[in-house]
Ligand binder design. Structure first.
Ligand SMILES: Nc1ncnc2c1ncn2[C@@H]1O[C@H](COP(=O)(O)OP(=O)(O)OP(=O)(O)O)[C@@H](O)[C@H]1O
Ligand SMILES: Nc1nc2c(ncn2[C@@H]2O[C@H](COP(=O)(O)O)[C@@H](O)[C@H]2O)c(=O)[nH]1
Length: 186
């Protein structure tokens, strides 16, 4: 039997985690785990596709592998969502903050490959959030959060185990991702 594998994509807000995850689905048919959140939907997001949008009480009923608070909202990944993705393919991807990535490394060990996305200049993150049309209030709240500062750097066990991708140039990032996926599929 092919062993189930999990590509955990982490890094700072605006570093390109969701962009990478969507590209991997398009290029390599790698299904994405849909996670749960209590934050409000952004203008282009769809319930059940980008996230399962939850209330505090509906989130409490999920069978969560891990959960975090990020910039004032709750996020969590469920056993059900992981199994739904694994039913489609043995290699799946999941976008989480660095605390979640750490939990996945501890829980799933060698089944996990962690990609840590970063940029050379942190100011690029702010312009990307503006370009994404996040509201000025949401951006300010996020930039002031402890989670934002924590996820700028890769630290602890993630430092030794994550593959670091400097996502300044999207063409270069695509080449790096292609190499990683080819290695994983060998
Ligand atoms: N290499 C790149 N160069 C320029 N813009 C990029 C690059 N990669 C992603 N972007 C853009 O930056 C914005 C943020 O990207 P994305 O939503 O993928 O980030 P994220 O890490 O998932 O953020 P968050 O954690 O806040 O959800 C998007 O508008 C995306 O199109
Ligand atoms: N640990 C977890 N982190 C998650 C999960 N779902 C998303 N995230 C991370 O939260 C922040 C904010 O996301 P945003 O969509 O509001 O910009 C980001 O770092 C996501 O990767 C989860 O289930 N667990």
């Amino acid at each position: 039997m092919v062993e189930k594998q999990l590509l955990v994509i982490t890094g700072a807000t605006g570093s390109g985690k969701t962009t990478v995850s969507h590209w991997l689905t398009e290029m390599y048919q790698i299904p994405q785990v849909v996670t749960h959140t209590t934050r409000p939907k952004r203008h282009n997001e769809v319930d059940g596709v980008d996230y399962y949008f939850e209330t505090e009480s509906s989130l409490a009923q999920k069978h969560l592998i891990e959960s975090v608070t990020y910039s004032g909202y709750h996020y969590g990944s469920s056993h059900e969502a992981l199994e739904l993705a694994w039913a489609k393919s043995p290699l799946i991807s999941l976008v989480v903050d660095t605390k979640g990535a750490q939990t996945y490394l501890e829980t799933f060990g060698k089944q996990v490959t962690v990609l840590f996305l970063t940029v050379s200049e942190a100011t690029a993150l702010i312009s990307r959030l503006e370009k994404r049309n996040d509201s000025p209030e949401a951006i300010q709240k996020r930039l002031a959060s402890a989670e934002f500062k924590r996820d700028l750097m890769v630290s602890g066990p993630l430092h030794d185990q994550a593959q670091i991708i400097v996502n300044d140039d999207w063409q270069e990032t695509q080449k790096t991702l292609t190499t990683i996926i080819e290695q994983l599929r060998q």
